[in-house]
Design a protein around this ligand. Structure first.
Ligand code: ATP
Length: 258
């Protein structure tokens, strides 16, 4: 696809706000997303970066329906997520969305191969065993097929998570710090695969602290204090880290003013 062709958004957030209760203080809340408005293009890799606490993970969780936004609108593949109840959202996720998270990634009671086949089973489909085996072989984890995730290293577990999205071909993949706990080599393997997913038609939205990982994305969304600070093209890790530092300085200035 030519780079200057902007596809239709696959995820649209409009003025999304998120309030969390303050622990120990009944009825008090703190707002962590102050009105996020974004379009995530279809069939592209988009990264979300920003200073710690700027709301990156919360934005991802709200978009996936894993946290219920307090206000605003969230449209995923044309579906109004906030109009669905929790059960409908779960069904929508199992039909359309894959996850590559640092934690809560895999079910410890299932073997590697059963973890890979699980999303399709939950959605009432079956992945042919050959596809599961081929995918494990491509990811270099075939020897672990019968093991449980706890007996694998962090890098191997992330490969299982990637194998799961490659085998299930979800329309969207949400990745939260997918390389956070990995060494450079394992991290690069995970990023290579995430970067390759758009070619199979999958839209990838990735939260990361790593400017080099973010630079692999087509577009980089820079958050600051629960708002979109800037959106820049990928490709340049230095530009990403400069943008994050600028968001952080803007946050600090507005804190001093208030
Ligand atoms: N379940 C929750 N309850 C209360 N506060 C929360 C909850 N989840 C997140 N927060 C708060 O919301 C703010 C944004 O958190 P979030 O995890 O989205 O930030 P982040 O940009 O992903 O941070 P980091 O880079 O450190 O992971 C933080 O101040 C955090 O403490």
């Amino acid at each position: 696809m030519p780079r200057d062709f902007e596809p239709e958004p696959c995820i649209r957030l409009r003025d999304v706000r998120m309030d969390f209760p303050v622990p120990g203080r009944k009825r008090e809340t703190v707002q962590v997303l102050h009105g996020i408005t974004l379009d995530i293009p279809d069939g592209r890799l988009t990264a979300i970066v920003g200073p710690s606490g700027s709301g990156k993970s919360t934005t991802l969780l709200c978009a996936a329906g894993l946290e219920r936004a307090t206000a605003g609108s969230i449209e995923v593949l044309g579906t109004d997520m906030l109009a669905l109840n929790a059960r409908q959202q779960a069904a929508f996720r199992s039909e359309n969305i894959g996850f590559v998270f640092q934690e809560y990634n895999l079910l410890s009671s299932l073997t590697v191969e059963d973890n890979i086949a699980l999303p399709a089973r939950l959605a009432g489909r079956r992945i042919p065993r050959k596809t599961v085996v081929d995918t494990m072989t491509r990811l270099g984890i075939a020897e672990h097929a019968r093991k449980r995730p706890e007996s694998l290293s962090g890098g191997e577990r992330q490969r299982v998570a990637i194998a799961r999205v490659v085998a299930n071909q979800p329309r969207i993949v949400f990745a939260d710090e997918p390389t956070g706990a990995l060494d450079i080599r394992s991290g690069n393997v995970v990023l290579d695969w995430l970067q390759a997913l758009p070619a199979q038609g999958t839209t990838v939205l990735m939260v990361t602290h790593d400017p080099h990982a973010a630079a692999r994305a087509d577009n980089v969304i820079v958050l600051g204090s629960g708002l979109v600070h800037r959106i820049i093209p990928g490709g340049d890790a230095r530009a990403v880290s400069d943008a994050v530092l600028a968001a952080q300085s803007a946050d600090e200035e507005s804190e001093l003013e208030s």
